[in-house]
Design a protein around this ligand. Structure first.
Ligand code: BES
Ligand code: MN
Ligand code: MN
Length: 462
């Protein structure tokens, strides 16, 4: 029986072309203008799972976009791996910054990806990474090496908060029963140094609205005499961090898990170059919470960031006006033990309390989720590490990521199983940014590594 390496070599052009076809469908879940495309993508995922060898594939209707469920059960007494991924993507804007159209995938070489990378929205997050699992299944079925049962659950609302997935999981606990959940929707350190994500941050996402006068006013006739909502909003937002860049919301840090000096020393061992980091982003310096280094600031520490801010006149030229309203979208990334609903409440209370007389403030929560940490002594972690070690030639390093996949904490709560985050993307792959891409090397390495996870997971489960 041919092994996975030669199978990938033999079929790589088809693997790449199939992914390219999937990337052509603009499955932007945030924008209803694309809703038919999201549904078409769900169908395409269903087809791909059937072709790869699932015995049962269903398009499961939800209050939102459909969830694709697929399975191949070879023996109920063997372990079951549940693969999760998402087929929706982030909006592509700003369009003018793409060097090729976001839904017309092309392969281009980059410094980090000398063998080429596929440029398209969703290439890495998450169509490319999700599809590695479909192709790994194809290999295991074709070569008769699938060592256990497998279930797939691929959703279309991850980028907008996974509302329907929570609904689906609560209603299908029996169907989704598994021994481990496997997800490729994170990154790794570099193509030479694999890593396994052992933590994800939680999230609270809110929108704020500051209202002053009941209409836009002449900024000469009224300026200085009434509160300007944009001035006030800017001041309120600025006050949310102190001079050391700590967040000033009372109670915000109360439950934050503090890492021991040993744990921080362990983290500091992961290879990282501050110079390269700054150069890649064209920055003259980094910025953040006093007392923590970059790799801590973006993983084990909570944050508060404005994601968008608007109000007033933004057209050409100048218009002398005091706007009636100002708005901002704010995300807070949370760390273990912080509860997102509690933090949302603390934010709302504090933000409302700091509003000066002369304006009114409205806070609307969007979505959120809990953070996640997973131990490195589980069978799943060990199996993943053995798989990476075999395909990359070096063991993986455990790394806590700054990103969020809120549904992971819910999986643990509802399905009582651990999640293994086997990501193959790189931070430089520009997920959520213009020119998102996924290395051909990474895509094929992922397909190669996944079957080994199954093999070792089953071996270690015995
Ligand atoms: N795949 C990302 C999350 C991610 C990326 C985690 C890289 C770790 C490393 C996911 O699609 C995502 O973008 N999640 C959102 C949260 C969601 C609720 C919108 C995020 O982190 O902003
Ligand atoms: Mn993702
Ligand atoms: Mn994403």
């Amino acid at each position: 029986m041919e092994n996975i390496k030669s199978y990938v070599q033999q079929h790589k052009d088809r693997f790449i072309n199939e992914l390219i076809e999937l990337l052509k469908i603009p499955s932007v879940s945030a924008d209803t203008a694309y809703s038919q495309d999201v549904i078409d993508t769900a169908e395409a995922v269903k087809e791909s799972l059937s072709k790869a060898g699932c015995d049962l594939v269903e398009v499961c209707d939800t209050p939102g976009y459909p969830i694709i469920y697929g399975e191949k059960i070879i023996d109920p007494n063997l372990p079951t791996v549940l693969v999760y991924g998402h087929y929706d993507v982030q909006p592509p804007d700003p369009m003018e910054l793409w060097t090729s159209p976001p839904f017309e995938p092309v392969i281009k070489k980059t410094e980090i990806h000398p063998e080429g990378a596929i440029f398209a929205r969703g290439a890495c997050d998450d169509k490319g990474q999700m599809f590695m699992h479909v192709k790994a299944l194809e290999y295991m079925v074709q070569s008769n090496t699938l060592p256990c049962n497998v279930k797939f659950m691929i959703e279309g609302e991850e980028e907008v908060g996974s509302k329907s997935l929570g609904w689906f999981v609560e209603r299908n606990q029996e169907k989704l029963k598994n021994d481990v959940i496997l997800i490729s929707d994170t990154g790794m350190i570099s193509n030479q140094q694999p890593s396994i994500t052992t933590g994800l941050r939680g999230l609270s996402y809110v929108e704020v609205e500051v209202t002053g006068p009941n209409r836009d006013l002449h900024s000469g006739l009224y300026g200085g005499a009434v509160a300007n909502p944009i001035n006030v909003l800017a001041k309120m937002i600025a006050s949310l961090h102190d001079e050391d860049n700590h967040i000033t919301i009372p109670g915000f840090y109360d439950k934050v898990e503090e890492l021991s000096a040993d744990e921080r020393a362990e983290m500091a061992k992961a290879p990282f170059s501050l110079e390269k980091y700054k150069n890649a982003l064209n920055l003259n310096d980094v910025y953040g919470e006093k007392g923590y280094v970059t790799n801590e600031r973006n993983s084990i520490r909570p944050t508060l960031d404005v994601n968008g801010i608007w109000g007033g006149y933004q057209g050409e030229g100048a218009k002398t006006v005091i706007a009636s309203k100002a708005f901002a979208k704010i995300s807070m990334r949370l760390v273990p033990n912080q509860d997102w609903e509690e933090i949302t409440e603390l934010f709302t209370k504090h933000f409302t309390s700091i509003a000066p007389a002369g304006v009114t403030v409205k806070v609307t929560p969007h979505h959120g989720g809990q953070g996640y940490v997973t131990p490195i002594d589980s069978i799943g972690y060990k199996a993943a590490n053995m798989a990476y070690t075999e395909t990359f030639g070096v063991p993986a390093i455990p790394v806590r990521s700054g990103g969020s996949i809120p549904i992971v904490a819910l999986f643990e709560k509802e399905l009582k199983s651990k999640t293994i985050l086997m990501g193959f993307g790189l931070d430089s792959d520009a997920i959520h940014s213009p020119n998102e891409h996924f290395g051909i090397f990474n895509y094929l390495k992922g397909i190669e590594t996944i079957p080994l996870f199954y093999k070792y997971f089953v071996e270690l489960s015995k």
